[in-house]
Design a protein around this ligand. Structure first.
Ligand SMILES: [Zn+2]
Ligand SMILES: [Zn+2]
Length: 297
Protein backbone atom coordinates (compact mmCIF):
# COMPACT_ATOMS: atom_id res chain seq x y z
CA UNK A 1 0.00 0.00 0.00
CA UNK A 2 2.91 2.29 0.81
CA UNK A 3 4.15 2.21 -2.70
CA UNK A 4 1.06 3.37 -4.53
CA UNK A 5 1.70 7.00 -3.94
CA UNK A 6 3.00 10.12 -5.46
CA UNK A 7 4.78 11.73 -8.30
CA UNK A 8 5.63 15.28 -7.46
CA UNK A 9 8.02 16.63 -9.99
CA UNK A 10 7.53 20.30 -9.79
CA UNK A 11 5.49 20.72 -6.70
CA UNK A 12 5.22 24.47 -6.81
CA UNK A 13 3.04 23.79 -9.76
CA UNK A 14 1.37 20.64 -8.60
CA UNK A 15 0.96 21.13 -4.89
CA UNK A 16 -2.69 22.07 -5.09
CA UNK A 17 -3.39 18.72 -6.66
CA UNK A 18 -1.01 16.53 -4.76
CA UNK A 19 -1.85 15.89 -1.19
CA UNK A 20 1.01 13.91 0.21
CA UNK A 21 4.16 15.77 0.93
CA UNK A 22 6.54 14.71 3.64
CA UNK A 23 8.54 17.47 5.24
CA UNK A 24 8.61 18.95 1.74
CA UNK A 25 10.30 15.99 0.23
CA UNK A 26 8.32 14.16 -2.38
CA UNK A 27 6.73 11.06 -0.90
CA UNK A 28 8.27 8.94 -3.65
CA UNK A 29 11.81 9.81 -2.45
CA UNK A 30 10.96 9.19 1.15
CA UNK A 31 9.64 5.78 0.24
CA UNK A 32 12.65 4.95 -1.91
CA UNK A 33 15.03 5.76 0.93
CA UNK A 34 12.77 4.09 3.40
CA UNK A 35 12.94 0.89 1.40
CA UNK A 36 16.60 0.74 0.45
CA UNK A 37 18.08 0.94 3.90
CA UNK A 38 18.26 -2.25 5.89
CA UNK A 39 17.42 -0.74 9.21
CA UNK A 40 15.34 -3.38 10.91
CA UNK A 41 17.81 -5.37 12.91
CA UNK A 42 17.17 -8.57 14.76
CA UNK A 43 18.58 -8.03 18.24
CA UNK A 44 18.94 -11.77 18.76
CA UNK A 45 21.18 -12.61 15.81
CA UNK A 46 22.06 -9.34 14.06
CA UNK A 47 20.29 -10.13 10.79
CA UNK A 48 19.01 -6.96 9.08
CA UNK A 49 15.88 -6.37 7.04
CA UNK A 50 14.47 -3.64 4.82
CA UNK A 51 10.96 -3.88 6.22
CA UNK A 52 9.46 -4.48 9.62
CA UNK A 53 7.21 -7.26 8.36
CA UNK A 54 10.26 -9.32 7.31
CA UNK A 55 11.84 -8.85 10.71
CA UNK A 56 8.63 -9.92 12.43
CA UNK A 57 8.48 -13.08 10.28
CA UNK A 58 12.13 -13.79 11.02
CA UNK A 59 11.75 -13.43 14.79
CA UNK A 60 8.64 -15.59 14.78
CA UNK A 61 10.42 -18.31 12.85
CA UNK A 62 13.86 -18.25 14.46
CA UNK A 63 13.46 -16.92 17.99
CA UNK A 64 9.95 -17.87 19.02
CA UNK A 65 11.24 -19.61 22.15
CA UNK A 66 12.67 -16.30 23.42
CA UNK A 67 9.40 -14.39 23.34
CA UNK A 68 7.89 -14.37 26.84
CA UNK A 69 4.45 -15.92 27.26
CA UNK A 70 1.63 -13.49 26.59
CA UNK A 71 3.90 -11.00 24.81
CA UNK A 72 3.39 -10.24 21.14
CA UNK A 73 6.26 -10.49 18.67
CA UNK A 74 6.03 -6.74 18.04
CA UNK A 75 6.32 -5.90 21.71
CA UNK A 76 9.25 -8.29 22.06
CA UNK A 77 11.05 -6.64 19.13
CA UNK A 78 10.33 -3.14 20.45
CA UNK A 79 11.59 -4.01 23.93
CA UNK A 80 14.81 -5.42 22.52
CA UNK A 81 15.36 -2.40 20.25
CA UNK A 82 14.70 0.19 22.94
CA UNK A 83 16.14 -1.84 25.81
CA UNK A 84 13.06 -1.68 28.00
CA UNK A 85 10.54 -4.09 29.46
CA UNK A 86 7.62 -1.77 30.04
CA UNK A 87 6.60 1.87 30.16
CA UNK A 88 4.95 3.76 32.98
CA UNK A 89 1.96 6.06 32.45
CA UNK A 90 3.15 9.67 32.12
CA UNK A 91 0.31 10.91 34.33
CA UNK A 92 0.07 8.59 37.37
CA UNK A 93 3.67 7.37 36.95
CA UNK A 94 2.55 4.17 38.69
CA UNK A 95 0.80 1.88 36.22
CA UNK A 96 2.34 0.24 33.19
CA UNK A 97 0.74 1.19 29.88
CA UNK A 98 -0.43 -1.20 27.17
CA UNK A 99 1.73 -1.86 24.16
CA UNK A 100 0.08 -0.44 21.07
CA UNK A 101 0.42 -3.01 18.31
CA UNK A 102 -0.63 -0.56 15.63
CA UNK A 103 1.94 2.11 16.32
CA UNK A 104 4.66 -0.19 17.71
CA UNK A 105 5.04 1.84 20.84
CA UNK A 106 3.77 1.86 24.39
CA UNK A 107 0.71 3.98 25.06
CA UNK A 108 1.32 7.15 27.00
CA UNK A 109 -1.64 6.71 29.36
CA UNK A 110 -2.64 3.69 31.44
CA UNK A 111 -6.35 4.37 31.70
CA UNK A 112 -9.28 6.51 30.67
CA UNK A 113 -8.87 8.46 33.93
CA UNK A 114 -5.24 9.33 33.18
CA UNK A 115 -6.01 10.18 29.56
CA UNK A 116 -8.79 12.52 30.72
CA UNK A 117 -6.46 14.04 33.28
CA UNK A 118 -3.91 14.77 30.55
CA UNK A 119 -6.64 16.57 28.61
CA UNK A 120 -7.59 18.64 31.66
CA UNK A 121 -3.98 19.64 32.28
CA UNK A 122 -3.65 20.69 28.62
CA UNK A 123 -6.86 22.67 28.86
CA UNK A 124 -5.70 24.49 32.00
CA UNK A 125 -2.42 25.34 30.27
CA UNK A 126 -4.30 26.63 27.25
CA UNK A 127 -6.44 28.85 29.43
CA UNK A 128 -3.38 30.18 31.22
CA UNK A 129 -1.60 30.86 27.94
CA UNK A 130 -4.45 32.31 25.88
CA UNK A 131 -7.17 33.24 28.36
CA UNK A 132 -9.61 30.68 26.96
CA UNK A 133 -9.91 26.94 27.22
CA UNK A 134 -10.98 24.61 24.44
CA UNK A 135 -14.74 24.83 24.93
CA UNK A 136 -14.67 28.61 25.44
CA UNK A 137 -12.79 28.78 22.19
CA UNK A 138 -15.46 26.73 20.44
CA UNK A 139 -18.07 29.35 21.29
CA UNK A 140 -15.90 32.09 19.80
CA UNK A 141 -17.74 33.92 17.01
CA UNK A 142 -14.57 33.49 14.97
CA UNK A 143 -14.52 29.74 15.43
CA UNK A 144 -18.27 29.45 14.97
CA UNK A 145 -18.08 30.90 11.49
CA UNK A 146 -15.78 28.07 10.53
CA UNK A 147 -17.95 25.56 12.34
CA UNK A 148 -21.01 26.61 10.41
CA UNK A 149 -19.36 25.71 7.17
CA UNK A 150 -18.38 22.48 8.84
CA UNK A 151 -22.07 21.67 9.43
CA UNK A 152 -21.86 22.03 13.15
CA UNK A 153 -22.89 18.98 15.07
CA UNK A 154 -20.89 18.59 18.22
CA UNK A 155 -21.13 15.86 20.79
CA UNK A 156 -19.35 13.06 22.59
CA UNK A 157 -18.41 9.80 20.95
CA UNK A 158 -18.22 6.60 22.97
CA UNK A 159 -15.70 4.08 21.65
CA UNK A 160 -16.65 0.47 21.05
CA UNK A 161 -14.93 -0.48 24.32
CA UNK A 162 -18.09 0.99 25.85
CA UNK A 163 -16.31 3.33 28.26
CA UNK A 164 -13.78 5.63 26.60
CA UNK A 165 -15.23 8.87 25.31
CA UNK A 166 -13.99 11.76 23.19
CA UNK A 167 -15.54 15.00 21.97
CA UNK A 168 -16.20 15.99 18.39
CA UNK A 169 -17.20 19.33 16.91
CA UNK A 170 -18.36 18.40 13.43
CA UNK A 171 -19.90 15.52 11.52
CA UNK A 172 -16.56 14.92 9.79
CA UNK A 173 -14.80 14.63 13.12
CA UNK A 174 -17.43 12.12 14.21
CA UNK A 175 -16.90 10.14 10.98
CA UNK A 176 -13.16 10.11 11.61
CA UNK A 177 -13.64 8.83 15.18
CA UNK A 178 -15.90 6.06 13.91
CA UNK A 179 -13.35 5.16 11.29
CA UNK A 180 -10.50 5.15 13.83
CA UNK A 181 -12.52 3.04 16.24
CA UNK A 182 -14.43 0.60 14.04
CA UNK A 183 -12.40 0.23 10.84
CA UNK A 184 -8.85 1.15 11.77
CA UNK A 185 -9.30 -0.46 15.20
CA UNK A 186 -7.25 2.25 16.83
CA UNK A 187 -6.69 2.18 20.58
CA UNK A 188 -9.23 4.47 22.33
CA UNK A 189 -6.65 5.38 24.98
CA UNK A 190 -4.27 6.53 22.28
CA UNK A 191 -6.29 9.39 20.83
CA UNK A 192 -7.32 12.67 22.45
CA UNK A 193 -8.45 16.15 21.60
CA UNK A 194 -5.20 17.85 20.63
CA UNK A 195 -3.55 19.10 23.83
CA UNK A 196 -1.24 21.45 21.93
CA UNK A 197 -1.90 24.93 20.62
CA UNK A 198 0.06 27.06 18.16
CA UNK A 199 0.36 30.82 17.84
CA UNK A 200 0.42 32.42 14.43
CA UNK A 201 0.12 35.84 12.87
CA UNK A 202 -2.16 36.75 10.01
CA UNK A 203 -3.13 40.23 8.77
CA UNK A 204 -1.01 41.71 11.57
CA UNK A 205 -3.08 40.01 14.25
CA UNK A 206 -2.14 37.18 16.60
CA UNK A 207 -4.22 33.99 16.51
CA UNK A 208 -4.17 30.65 18.26
CA UNK A 209 -4.60 27.39 16.41
CA UNK A 210 -5.79 24.28 18.22
CA UNK A 211 -5.82 21.23 15.98
CA UNK A 212 -8.52 18.58 16.31
CA UNK A 213 -6.92 15.36 17.53
CA UNK A 214 -3.63 13.95 18.70
CA UNK A 215 -2.40 10.36 18.69
CA UNK A 216 0.31 10.24 21.39
CA UNK A 217 2.13 7.02 20.50
CA UNK A 218 2.45 8.24 16.90
CA UNK A 219 3.13 11.85 17.91
CA UNK A 220 0.61 12.67 15.19
CA UNK A 221 -1.65 15.71 15.04
CA UNK A 222 -4.82 15.07 13.05
CA UNK A 223 -6.77 17.92 11.52
CA UNK A 224 -10.15 17.15 10.00
CA UNK A 225 -11.53 19.40 7.29
CA UNK A 226 -14.67 19.34 5.29
CA UNK A 227 -14.37 18.47 1.64
CA UNK A 228 -13.41 21.50 -0.35
CA UNK A 229 -15.98 22.49 -2.90
CA UNK A 230 -14.95 23.84 -6.25
CA UNK A 231 -14.10 27.57 -5.97
CA UNK A 232 -15.12 27.65 -2.34
CA UNK A 233 -13.08 29.94 -0.15
CA UNK A 234 -13.86 30.21 3.54
CA UNK A 235 -12.15 32.56 5.88
CA UNK A 236 -10.88 29.53 7.78
CA UNK A 237 -9.57 28.18 4.50
CA UNK A 238 -7.35 31.24 4.20
CA UNK A 239 -5.97 30.64 7.69
CA UNK A 240 -4.95 27.08 6.94
CA UNK A 241 -1.46 27.72 5.50
CA UNK A 242 -0.62 30.01 8.44
CA UNK A 243 -1.82 27.44 10.93
CA UNK A 244 0.10 24.65 9.31
CA UNK A 245 3.22 26.77 9.18
CA UNK A 246 2.95 27.35 12.92
CA UNK A 247 2.89 23.60 13.53
CA UNK A 248 5.65 22.99 11.02
CA UNK A 249 7.88 25.61 12.59
CA UNK A 250 7.58 23.98 16.00
CA UNK A 251 9.37 21.04 14.36
CA UNK A 252 7.97 18.68 16.95
CA UNK A 253 4.93 16.91 15.57
CA UNK A 254 3.85 14.68 12.74
CA UNK A 255 0.82 16.22 11.10
CA UNK A 256 -1.91 15.09 8.77
CA UNK A 257 -4.85 16.92 7.33
CA UNK A 258 -7.78 14.73 6.44
CA UNK A 259 -10.32 16.10 4.00
CA UNK A 260 -13.86 14.85 4.35
CA UNK A 261 -13.78 11.11 4.83
CA UNK A 262 -10.68 10.25 2.83
CA UNK A 263 -8.55 8.12 5.18
CA UNK A 264 -6.12 6.38 2.83
CA UNK A 265 -3.25 8.71 3.67
CA UNK A 266 -3.94 8.38 7.38
CA UNK A 267 -3.49 4.61 7.14
CA UNK A 268 -0.28 5.08 5.11
CA UNK A 269 1.10 7.55 7.60
CA UNK A 270 0.34 5.31 10.56
CA UNK A 271 2.13 2.50 8.76
CA UNK A 272 5.26 4.64 8.23
CA UNK A 273 5.17 5.80 11.85
CA UNK A 274 4.93 2.23 13.04
CA UNK A 275 8.21 1.40 11.31
CA UNK A 276 9.80 4.60 12.58
CA UNK A 277 8.87 3.84 16.13
CA UNK A 278 11.20 0.90 15.96
CA UNK A 279 14.01 2.93 14.49
CA UNK A 280 16.31 3.81 17.37
CA UNK A 281 18.51 6.16 15.32
CA UNK A 282 15.93 8.97 15.36
CA UNK A 283 17.29 9.78 11.95
CA UNK A 284 14.17 10.91 10.13
CA UNK A 285 12.11 14.00 9.35
CA UNK A 286 8.78 15.05 10.72
CA UNK A 287 5.90 13.79 8.57
CA UNK A 288 3.78 16.60 7.25
CA UNK A 289 0.85 15.69 5.09
CA UNK A 290 -1.20 18.51 3.76
CA UNK A 291 -2.40 20.10 0.58
CA UNK A 292 -0.69 23.44 1.18
CA UNK A 293 2.80 24.59 0.35
CA UNK A 294 4.60 26.32 3.23
CA UNK A 295 4.11 30.08 3.36
CA UNK A 296 6.92 31.99 1.80
CA UNK A 297 8.00 34.47 4.43
ZN1 LIG B 1 17.42 -13.15 14.46
ZN1 LIG C 1 -1.97 6.35 34.62
Amino acid sequence: MLYIILFIVNFRHFYEKSKIILGWKPMADTIKNHKRVKKFKCYDCGQKYTALCYLIKHVEKEHKDKIPKGMSTKQYIFNKAHKKDYQLCVICKKNKTAFNEQTMRYNRYCSEACRKKAGEIANANLKKKTGKDRSERMSDPDTQKGMLANRKTSGTYTFSDGKTTIGYASSYELEFLKFYDLDFRGDPLDIMECPYSFEYEMDNAKHTYIPDYYIPSANLIVEIKWEKQENEVHDTERKEPYREDAVRKSGKFNYIKIRGTEYTEFVQVMSIIKERNLDTTGNYDILFITSYAPNKQ
